[in-house]
Design a protein around this ligand. Structure first.
Ligand code: B12
Ligand code: SF4
Length: 467
């Protein structure tokens, strides 16, 4: 049995960003590996199954070109990892590839745990894996090869005689530490980039998954925090540097610094093994301190993405992340003093938010003066508490409707429950970006720090996207 994974382009963000920023995110300026696929591929290789990954997004392939590669490879199944927000776009690819190749389609990913029945309502999708895919996927592939009855495979859904069938759930008992590192040898590593990248090739890594904190808007499923040991993480860093020549690693852990002793150990190991690599993390401002910042900087950390979200204490309380503004101020100050680049994330349009609250946030952002900011419109996502409340209040499960094909319904989501219409929120978002980025002092500082023509071009594109 051989199998192919396809990573279709991203086309998800218009509801969340401004149109121009969305275009930039879905263009060649922001392309990152699909870790879910790369992990599963590594697991299949270990199980003796031949695998190919076609990263159609990174390689800028059309559906036709991708289908041609699938035909040539002639796999027993074509697999996709689905996230809710990109579902309809992925679906158009699934349909296009199925039409051209006729190969069985297997899908997995968080979308399958949230809306399995809705996803399976599309006849082009043959099998869905619900929850962990590690053991389920090889078993399902073998069952397909043997033309066995899929009802024997736990953790899947499929159709029989037009009826939706779901097998018994499979308990997820494997952690990232129990499986091989991502199969980067199957990825076009030289194609990955972001607007802030300074050295290529780059990659993504996960040192931990999930988050035990409970911010009200957060859609990270509750109760799934798992952290890899420092030794395991640093072994993968070494593989990235020594085998793949990676020069920059973007850790995508939800909050990298949750467990400080683990982080200090990771830093120690990077230094003691002499690994030269730039890295960045995401963190909450209340989970950093001087010592940890110094240790991370000493081990190559170049950037922290801080979730700051609001400059209004009442809004922060409503978001269930009651972090005192002074703690945020101090975290950003320390980080800048250590020479680490700061990126602040902000949300506007949270339920109950007013124009004055947004003004507070803009003022706070200007005061913090991070190197970069990202301003997102509040778009409730499943399975967050804010989304659950919305569904209870309105009786409409918006993302379910979207999954069933009603893309237009998402236009109602930005800022829902706040005092802003979606169009007004767009204007606030643009105003926020412009007020921040078009300050002469800010522009001057940025230009002084530019390292290369490629970086200048990236920043120019980013600046133009917020006009
Ligand atoms: C790394 C990461 C990224 C990376 C890589 C994307 C990817 N899908 O791998 C980047 C930065 C590119 C990214 C982008 C985005 N991401 Co992201 N990302 C993550 C993160 C942190 C880790 C994913 C991961 O690799 N986990 C490790 C793997 C092994 O676990 P897994 O993905 O759960 O996969 C297991 C099962 O789900 C299943 N499985 C998954 N796929 C498949 C496929 C098949 C065929 C089978 C059989 C099984 C299977 O088997 C795996 C092993 O058990 C998760 C959060 C998290 N903690 O999981 C968010 C997450 C997946 N991202 C999310 C979102 C919203 C996005 C964006 C839309 C963000 C944006 N606004 O632009 C884009 C969409 C990109 C896309 N087209 O998928 C959401 C998805 C929510 C949802 N309801 O679907 C998550 C869950 C975070 C969150 N809660 O908000 N992301
Ligand atoms: S928003 Fe970040 S810190 Fe808050 S619960 Fe989600 S992942 Fe954790």
């Amino acid at each position: 049995m051989r199998v192919v994974f396809i990573n279709p382009p991203m086309a998800v963000t218009e509801q969340i960003y401004t149109k121009r920023v969305a275009r930039q995110y879905t263009s060649s300026a922001y392309v990152l590996p699909n870790t879910s696929i790369a992990y599963l591929a590594a697991y299949l290789l270990k199980a003796g199954i031949e695998v190919r990954i076609i990263d159609a997004f990174a390689l800028r392939l059309s559906i036709e070109e991708t289908a041609e590669q699938v035909r040539q490879y002639d796999p027993g199944a074509v697999c996709y990892s689905l996230c809710t927000q990109n579902f309809l776009n992925s679906l158009s690819w699934i349909k296009g590839i199925k039409e051209r190749t006729g190969k069985p389609t297997i899908v997995g990913g968080l979308q399958m745990s949230i809306y399995p029945r809705e996803v399976l309502s599309y006849p082009e999708i043959d099998y869905g894996v619900i929850g962990d895919g590690w053991e389920t996927l090889p078993e399902l592939l073998r069952s397909l090869e043997d033309r066995a009855d899929p009802s024997e495979v736990a953790g899947i859904c499929y159709r029989k005689d037009g009826e939706y069938r779901v097998t018994e759930p499979r308990p997820g008992n494997l952690a990232l530490e129990d499986v091989p590192f991502m199969a980067r040898q199957l990825l076009p590593n030289d194609r990955y980039t972001t607007v802030m990248t300074r050295q290529w090739p780059i990659t993504i890594m996960l040192s931990a998954l999930g988050c035990p904190l409970r911010c009200a808007y957060c859609d990270v499923p509750a109760g799934r925090y798992q952290a890899r040991s420092p030794e395991h993480v640093v072994e993968e860093i070494a593989e990235c540097v020594n085998r793949f020549g990676i020069r920059e690693i973007l850790f995508q852990d939800e909050t990298f610094t949750l467990n400080r002793s683990r982080v200090l150990k990771i830093c120690d190991l990077i230094r003691s093994r002499g690994l030269e690599v730039d890295w960045s993390v995401r963190a909450r401002p209340d989970y950093v301190d001087r010592e940890i910042l110094q240790a991370m900087k000493g081990a190559g950390l170049s950037k922290i993405n801080f979730g700051i979200e609001s400059g209004n204490p009442e809004m922060l309380k409503k978001m269930n992340r009651d972090i005192p503004l002074d703690v945020i101020r101090q975290a950003v100050r320390w980080t800048k003093e250590e020479g680490i680049t700061t990126l602040g994330f902000f949300i506007i349009g949270f339920p109950g938010e007013t124009p004055d609250d947004i003004r507070d946030t803009i003022r706070f952002a200007l005061e913090l003066d991070c190197d970069f900011i990202q301003v997102n419109k509040m778009v409730p996502q499943p399975p967050s508490p804010v989304y659950r409340e919305l569904v209870e209040r309105t009786g409409i499960d918006y993302w379910r409707e979207y999954t069933l094909g009603n893309a237009a319904i998402l236009a109602e989501l930005p800022g829902i429950g706040s005092s802003f219409e979606p169009a007004a929120l767009d204007r606030w978002q643009r105003k926020f970006f412009r007020t921040y980025y078009y300050r002469p002092g800010y522009m001057f500082q940025r230009l002084k720090k530019i390292g290369s023509i490629k970086e200048l071009a990236g920043l120019a594109r980013a600046a133009l996207s917020i006009r």
